[in-house]
Design a protein around this ligand. Structure first.
Ligand SMILES: *[C@@H]1O[C@H](CO)[C@@H](O)[C@H](O)[C@H]1NC(C)=O
Ligand SMILES: *[C@@H]1O[C@H](CO)[C@@H](O)[C@H](O)[C@H]1NC(C)=O
Length: 450
């Protein structure tokens, strides 16, 4: 099974089951260098569960865990069966990983080449657009559904349609678990989520599948408007430093499911602006990126793509760069800077993943987690608000030693950047007066001794 999951991952970018595996973190087919994630706390803490083990220079992930008594492959097979019974035709894309409660789980995931990001839940909106995700999976994810109103913000989880919830309240009978289960029943009823399946696998682990309504009509026919529907006129549209407001976002009247993968990647995105030119601009963008990636990035810059897995596009626009790389065995985190036009809903419509970010601030990820960074005309706008040095140092932080950056910009910007990266001992080359390729080395400044 481990092998077939691996093949699935290779064949299609974000197929439904692969996405789940990515979420579960405990995939069974990976080994990472201990020195890259030198944390033993998790190994100690999870000793009984066979989740992660140290073996000499490596950390191994045998695939155990409280939730996965018979291994993660067994669990995935089980939910796969359950799900196909309910809905066999749809392909679910997009990946999201939450809660880093134990030491550096997100760092482990990234080290293993699994898409993951850090976010605060419970006080601020997650930095994703509304209705972005097709499916949310929460296996013992420790969201306190019954406490502090945190659970009430389930709808800020941005699920478009389904939640898979598997945790002890689903299948254990003690008082605390019962209380959580009752809170979850009341909450999901109040927000019109339907239970479409509740089941127990052979090891006794339970799972519930909830479905979000497809229109706002159920919300309106509730006896009590609690939690209230959001007022779209006054509600902030952005999810960057936006406090949670505890209301349910309305479902657009013209609400359709995107076309199946892989057509979804190139067909007209549902959230594309309705202006006359938008569709033409979108298709031209897809075509331009396909040409640039094929002719310049892959063939012409001397980058070794075989060793690249974790990629970030720092100014992703419609996600054309990621779309052009779809046939390579890598994944792209598409970042939409908060001061650029909001194209993130389009990126999610295409079945790609991304986040909002302000490159004048630090990024929510661990150091040395990306293999390749790409930016296209990011610096012109950025340098109006902060120093280019801030962005360059952040790139240096998140990039793995030996990793590569590709920057497309004006020659003035490229020269400034080349100077800064040179001072960090990167090797850089400029191609066609338009592209800079930078390679980060293992150099660090001498330690300051006092
Ligand atoms: C590219 O990277 C792969 C994997 O790290 C390596 O095996 C291969 O030799 C590299 N190719 C070149 C041309 O450097
Ligand atoms: C720069 O910012 C403006 C808005 O502040 C935006 O309209 C524009 O698309 C951004 N990008 C570039 C490359 O100018």
């Amino acid at each position: 099974m481990a092998v077939s999951v691996h093949n699935l991952l290779k064949e299609r970018r974000y197929p439904f089951i692969a996405s789940l595996v990515l979420l579960l973190i405990s995939v069974a087919f990976f080994t990472i260098w201990f020195d890259n994630v030198p944390h033993l706390k998790l190994v100690e803490y999870k000793k009984e569960q066979n989740w992660v083990k140290r073996s000499g220079d490596y950390l191994l992930f045998p695939g155990g865990g409280t939730q996965f008594k018979e291994g993660v492959a067994h669990y995935v097979q089980y939910i796969e069966k359950l799900w196909w019974v309910f809905d066999g035709q749809r392909c679910y894309n997009n990946v999201f990983c939450s809660k880093d409660e134990h030491e550096s789980q997100i760092q482990f995931a990234l080290e293993r080449g699994i898409p993951a990001t850090l976010s605060v839940i419970g006080t601020q909106r997650l930095t994703f657009p509304d209705n972005a995700f097709d499916l949310i999976h929460c296996a013992r994810c420790r969201v306190h559904w019954d406490g502090d109103g945190t659970g009430l913000n389930i709808f800020d989880f941005k699920a478009w349609r389904v939640l898979f919830w598997s945790a002890t309240p689903v299948y254990r009978d003690n008082e605390r678990d019962k209380k959580v289960w009752e809170a979850m029943v009341a909450l999901t009823k109040a927000i019109c989520w339907k239970v479409v399946a509740k089941s127990f696998d052979s090891s006794g682990i339970g799972l519930v599948i909830y479905e979000k309504p497809l229109s706002s009509s159920c919300y309106e026919s509730r006896k009590e408007n609690n939690p209230p529907l959001c007022d779209d006129n006054t509600r902030p549209k952005t999810s960057w430093y936006t406090r949670l407001d505890g209301c349910i976002s309305t479902i657009p009247v013209k609400n359709a499911w995107p076309t199946p993968w892989p057509q979804r990647l190139k067909s007209k995105p549902l959230s594309l602006s309705t202006s006359l030119d938008a569709e033409r601009i979108f298709h031209e963008d897809t075509k331009r990126w396909s040409e640039v990636v094929t002719n310049v990035y892959i063939g012409g810059l001397g980058v070794n793509w075989t060793s690249v897995r974790n990629v970030m596009d720092m100014n992703a626009g419609y996600g054309g760069f990621a779309a052009a790389l779809i046939d390579l065995p890598l994944w792209v985190m598409n970042v939409v800077p908060v001061n650029e036009p909001d194209t993130l809903p389009v990126i999610f419509d295409r079945g790609l993943i991304g986040i909002y970010h302000d490159w004048c601030e630090s990024l929510n990820t661990y150091p040395r987690t990306y293999d390749l960074l790409h930016s296209s005309f990011l610096f012109g706008n950025l340098t109006q608000r902060c120093d280019m040095l801030d962005g360059a140092v952040e790139m240096d932080r998140v990039l793995r030693p030996g990793g590569v950056v590709i920057v497309e910009d004006t020659i003035e910007m490229l020269k400034k950047l080349k100077h800064i990266l040179g001072s960090l001992h990167w090797s850089t080359t400029i191609h066609h007066q338009r592209f800079l390729v930078g390679k980060k080395d293992f150099w660090r400044p001498d330690q300051i001794t006092r």
